[in-house]
Write a protein that binds this ligand. Sequence first.
Ligand code: HGY
Ligand code: MN
Ligand code: MN
Ligand code: MN
Length: 424
Amino acid sequence: NQPLSRSAEQAQDAIDNERLQSSIAALATFGGRPDGGVSRETLTSIDLASRHYLIEQARALGCEVMVDDCANLFFRRAGRRNELPPVLTGSHGDTQPVGGKLDGAYGVVAGLEIIAALNDAGIDTLRPIEVVAWTNEEGSRFGPGTMGSSAFVDPSRLAGYLDAVDQSRVRFGDALQAALDSIPGVPRCEMQRPLSACVELHIEQGPVLERAGIPLGVVTGIQAVRWFTVTCHGAMAHAGTTPMDERRDAMAAAVSLAQKLYGFAATHAADQLRLTLGRWQVSPNSVNTIPGQVEFTVDVRCLDDSVLDRFEAFLRGLAADAGGSVSLERFFQRAPTHFPRPMLDLIQAAAGRACAQAGLPAPMPITSGAFHDAMYLADHCPTAMIFVPSKNGISHNAAEATDPHDLFLGVQALAYTVTALANQ
Ligand code: HGY
Ligand code: MN
Ligand code: MN
Ligand code: MN
């Protein structure tokens, strides 16, 4: 298989680090913040502007551009046998409300850099290669997360997403239609299309690789995740006149419920259960009115799904014991994902070559604490991920950063992997 790995090696060696770093910086200007972070929530006008920019970049590389019903953008480089299912790489284009330059964006830019490198080196591949920018991976503006990739894999999910609303009551379906209308010249493509394989390059967003001093991670899987909305119902009343024992204070109820959930998490620290009560909405949110309603979100994760079953039973028990004053909705649930061994072996070889060439330690296997679009693609085709370290393990924070050389190594590893897969 000399020609196969030969062109994979050529692709790896053709990655241009300077062009890569400047492409990352250019995409980061869309929603760039004074503190160095990026605020580019899904389908905002800033996100739509970044999509126009990516379309221009892809067209300048000779790519065909397509969009599907969930506004997932695909940038396609033809193969010798164009009718064969493509190899897909890329990631999500949206960020957290206060995000960084790399979460998602790095994988999209990496895909375009690989296409530029293949063009430079005059390498053609048997199969087409596609780079995707998924819609709404974060789930921070409209819940749940990974809407684009989950709908691509199972289009029947899209209808259930359309009525999700953001904090200003904008419907996802309306934002989606506006996004599609904003790129009239881009042809529509089918969802659930056959893919021969998918590889996503992403920052680790945690401290493991950095603490181990290892520049690349072979992602073996992704932990389970569930999201809930908990709503505590009380009665608005006057803060000054209402005796403490005559209140139905929704905040008092929410705080006590939250404490019980943190208590559950503390007793399951050994299972590495992770609990985040990230978004709170108080109504009427007035300094001198007893809250009539408090709604908060629950993000709970664990490698072991049975621990999340126990958490959910505990939470539902608390709601049931509250005599109708607590309502609960689960709006995101994903069991653990495991990537297939043959894909892990290929990534180990690809990443291993990049590290060896740089005189750096070999890649290590790592489970992802963050969820990714790849978790749904794994239901659709052979899928895997490559990680680079995050400085101080920080992400979902403006200070998110990765050593530029690690970013370069990651794209080299991805280039080998994608090119090898596109020649199989
Ligand atoms: O929340 C997550 O795990 C992903 O980074 N959106
Ligand atoms: Mn991400
Ligand atoms: Mn994220
Ligand atoms: Mn992701």
